[in-house]
Design a protein around this ligand. Structure first.
Ligand SMILES: NC(=O)c1ccc[n+]([C@@H]2O[C@H](COP(=O)([O-])OP(=O)(O)OC[C@H]3O[C@@H](n4cnc5c(N)ncnc54)[C@H](OP(=O)(O)O)[C@@H]3O)[C@@H](O)[C@H]2O)c1
Length: 284
């Protein structure tokens, strides 16, 4: 039986893709730059391989006996060209489906790198499915958890805008569904969102209700946020600039649309933000 390669397997979405594919009885190869980390997590379920997308020497070993690929752009690889050599290698292998983790709205927005990456995959004539999710709920337990925990503040520069958050677990389920039936889903695109769009006052309300603490929405300006994340949190300025650009788009309403693609693919309702907070109270 041919196998499915999951890149970014230790990440927010990839980890769920591995688990859901295993549940469907697929043979899974979990890939990343830190094989020990992968083996600790998936050793019993999946094969683990070293893959560095920026190092073509690692491609051959990772692609042995693979006919489908879940492709993640690691957030620190900001240029679309960074992914082209690996996509070229997929073309040489006769892959049946490349499921690319893209971004909601990129079909109309050429600025994020995902736009060019989608176009590159299509131009190579690789069978593709573009998975375009909205904002992950995991941003709240990940990058933005520190201020919630330490200051009881949601410190996100999204103004009054609304966001149709999706749980990365649901993206993983949808991706596995697509990869399990490559012929059915080839050359399609799905926009995955939760079932409701919340503003960040509502986000803070839900966090307060579930944790029993008063958590407020600080509603910082874009510059204040940028300054704080670079100077106090000491995050990479290039990365912070990308998040600032995304929150600028969010303010223009781009994160708000709700789609039914998830239900159509999986037959299930998306997990709600409140369920997510209840499952992760330890992070807040
Ligand atoms: N956050 C959101 O709200 C959101 C919404 C829509 C779309 N997206 C997109 O989703 C993608 C990120 O997905 P995610 O959050 O699941 O990722 P993530 O949690 O940041 O994980 C990134 C993964 O990439 C691997 N990695 C890092 N450098 C690598 C390299 N040179 N070669 C191969 N693998 C490497 C890491 O594993 P190792 O450390 O083992 O290498 C890790 O598993 C981005 O393209 C982002 O734009 C995000």
């Amino acid at each position: 039986m041919m196998k499915v390669l999951v890149t970014g397997a230790s990440g927010n979405v990839g980890a769920f893709v591995v688990e859901e594919l295993c549940r469907l009885g697929e043979s899974v190869v979990a890939a990343g730059t830190d094989v020990r980390k992968l083996e600790r997590r998936f050793g019993a379920q999946a094969e683990c391989v070293h893959l560095d997308l920026t190092d073509p020497v690692t491609y051959r070993g990772a692609l042995e006996e693979i006919d489908r690929v879940f492709l993640v752009r690691p957030p620190h690889l900001g240029r679309p060209e960074d992914l082209y050599p690996f996509i070229d290698a997929l073309k040489e292998r006769g892959i049946q489906l490349v499921a690319f983790l893209s971004l909601m709205g990129v079909e109309k927005n050429p600025i994020p790198p995902h736009h060019k990456i989608e176009k590159y995959i299509e131009a190579k004539n690789l069978p593709y499915v573009h998975i375009r999710p909205g904002f992950f709920m995991q941003n709240l337990t990940g990058i933005h958890a520190a201020e919630i925990k330490e200051l009881s503040q949601v410190f996100i520069p999204a103004g009054q805008s609304r966001t149709s958050f999706i749980d990365a677990a649901d993206i993983g389920l949808a991706a596995a569904t697509l990869l399990h039936e490559p012929k059915v889903y080839r050359n399609t695109s799905y926009t995955l969102t939760g079932s409701e769009a919340l503003d960040y006052h509502q986000v803070a309300e839900i966090l307060s209700r579930v944790t029993g603490r008063t958590i407020t929405y600080a509603k910082p300006g874009l510059l204040k946020y940028r300054h704080y994340y670079i100077r106090s949190r000491k995050l990479d300025p290039a990365y912070v600039n990308v998040t600032v650009a995304l929150y600028l788009m969010t303010r223009l309403g781009t994160a708000e649309p709700v789609t039914s693609d998830f239900k159509q693919l999986t037959g299930r309702e998306p997990r709600t933000f409140e369920e997510f907070v209840r499952r992760h109270t330890d992070c807040f």
